[in-house]
Design a binder for this molecule. Structure first.
Ligand SMILES: Nc1ncnc2c1ncn2[C@@H]1O[C@H](COP(=O)(O)OP(=O)(O)OP(=O)(O)O)[C@@H](O)[C@H]1O
Length: 171
């Protein structure tokens, strides 16, 4: 990516991190590659059932970048639904969602002796970096004693759009 454009995208992301009410946004794959050192092993901070998580450096701040598994049999609609749900999930007890990237590139690959055009998909979700070693601890501490059932109801309400401004404000 052009150096100037790269710096501009980084500055935008830095501003977003400072502004708690900024909306999650689409992010360029090249920016995400840039801040994670091309998803290098050194930047890896964890992995779950569906993603490998990388640390991204943005100025003096950090973000957590979830790179969804390439082998994941996920339909594009499912990814869109997940992004849609995360966009609505604004709550002080939920890790802030910053943005997403859905990037498909055609690549020629050798398949059983024939050259075929294959789609290389990159699905990424960007979150605020939580410095605690355990996200579970973060949720437990931040939720001020809410039981899992209550937390589930809050998240379900957000996803179904039933949340009220008072209860699910962006504070
Ligand atoms: N926002 C974050 N800040 C810091 N570390 C994070 C963050 N999100 C995830 N991690 C790290 O990455 C690990 C894997 O994350 P997570 O379990 O959410 O991945 P996943 O594949 O999406 O989840 P799951 O398998 O539960 O569906 C976590 O245990 C944690 O160490």
């Amino acid at each position: 990516m052009d150096g100037k454009i790269s710096i501009r995208y980084k500055v935008d992301l830095e501003r977003m991190l400072l502004n708690g009410s900024a909306q999650p946004t689409h992010m360029q794959l090249s920016l995400l590659e840039d801040i994670t050192d091309c998803f290098s092993d050194d930047q890896q901070i964890g992995s779950g059932g569906f993603a490998v998580v990388y640390k991204g450096i943005v100025g003096k701040r950090m973000v957590a970048m979830k790179k969804l598994s390439q082998t994941l049999d996920m339909h594009e609609n499912k990814f869109h639904k997940e992004v849609e749900c995360l966009m609505k999930a604004k709550h002080k007890n939920i890790v802030r969602f910053l943005g997403y990237c859905s990037d498909t590139q055609g690549r020629i690959a050798d398949y059983e002796g024939k050259f075929v055009m294959a789609d290389l998909r990159n699905w990424l979700l960007c979150f605020e970096y939580v410095p605690n070693e355990s996200l579970d601890k973060y949720i437990t501490d931040a939720s001020g004693g809410l039981e899992w059932g209550e937390r589930y109801q809050i998240i379900k309400g957000i996803c179904e759009g039933n949340c009220t401004e008072r209860r699910f404000g962006t504070s």
